[in-house]
Design a protein around this ligand. Structure first.
Ligand code: AMP
Length: 296
């Protein structure tokens, strides 16, 4: 495995390969990230992982400086998973002083949900992902459904700017108790973690209610809010939106994203599931995303 920190070296290594699948990450790698690496492996003979905590996607009051950076452990995990090359630049390498501001934005997708609660977040995401794509020039790039809005934004950017890259959508990995894996879970105390479980439980309750015949989203939203409030989570949003356009819907008539963002103490967590009418084709079901496995 080769590890490079400069754009020039990344380009030099990239030139050795034909097809490359890229997994962009901010490090603090967990099994969810490593599942993306496995998907990448299925899509190209060379797998590249980028590790970069991107300052431009954090708000001024967010956790940029304290975001975990366990570099050695990350490299060990990538080595064990057979990653071919790591691009781990510094902030100075990616954003030299005096580099001009550049904005790629897709307001119809970025003005809602995360974009509404984290102003400027997706501008930072699009900026860094576009730069990584231009540096590594992957033929495929893997993103997790855990951040479904991000996946939609990146897919739309790739389409709109005619980038020759297959965007691969990968299912959310969860701990056995249902909590979606996240680099931020390490911030949680044992007690906070118990309270955080109300997020995946809320999504499962929403899904179960839908399976029991309730398709009005205001009722599903009310059901999902309940466990979050009982556990004193600070809710940013509990939403039901069209899984493609991310526009709010009143009834589940097409693939619908149930999405939650909430704070447990100082830790902000997000999670989602996609639900859809039972008569949707299996192909559409797969495309829309993974539903939490659960017994009714
Ligand atoms: P991050 O390092 O949090 O920016 O995430 C890097 C990539 O890993 C993104 O495409 C995420 O959607 C994906 N990811 C994060 N958590 C999970 C998870 N629990 N399961 C699957 N993919 C994930």
């Amino acid at each position: 495995m080769e590890i490079v920190t400069t754009i020039a070296d990344a380009r030099r290594i990239r030139a050795r390969y034909g097809r490359i699948a890229l997994v962009p990450t901010m490090g603090a790698l967990h099994a969810g990230h490593m599942s993306l690496v496995a998907h990448a492996r299925n899509n190209a003979p060379c797998v590249a992982v980028s590790i970069f905590v991107n300052p431009t996607q954090f708000g001024p009051k967010e956790d940029y400086t304290k975001y975990p950076r366990p570099v050695e452990e990350d490299l060990d995990k990538c080595g064990a998973a057979g990653v071919d090359f790591i691009f781990a630049p510094t902030a100075g390498e990616m954003y030299p002083p005096d580099s001009p501001d550049i904005v790629v934005d897709l307001p119809s997708l970025t003005s809602v949900l995360e974009g509404k609660h984290r102003p400027g977040h997706f501008k930072g995401v699009c900026q860094i992902v576009a730069k990584l794509f231009n540096i590594v020039q992957p033929t495929a790039a893997c993103f997790g459904q855990k951040d479904l809005q991000q996946l939609r934004v990146i897919s739309a950017m790739v389409d709109a700017l005619d980038m020759p890259i297959d965007v691969i959508s990968c299912p959310t990995l969860r701990d056995p108790d249902g909590l979606a894996m996240s680099s931020r879970n390490i911030y949680l105390s044992a007690e906070d973690r118990q309270r955080a479980l109300s997020i995946s439980r809320a999504l499962m309750l929403g899904y179960a209610e839908f399976r029991n015949g309730i398709d009005q989203t205001n009722r599903l939203i009310a059901t999902m809010q309940r466990p979050l409030l009982e556990n004193h989570l600070n809710i940013d949003y509990v939403a039901a939106v069209d899984a493609d356009s991310l526009k709010p819907v009143e009834k589940v008539e097409a693939p619908t994203l149930l999405a939650i963002a909430a704070r447990v103490g100082n830790t902000r967590l997000i999670d989602n599931v996609v639900i859809m009418p039972p008569d949707m084709s299996p192909a559409r079901q797969e495309e829309a995303g993974e539903i939490i496995d659960q017994d009714d």
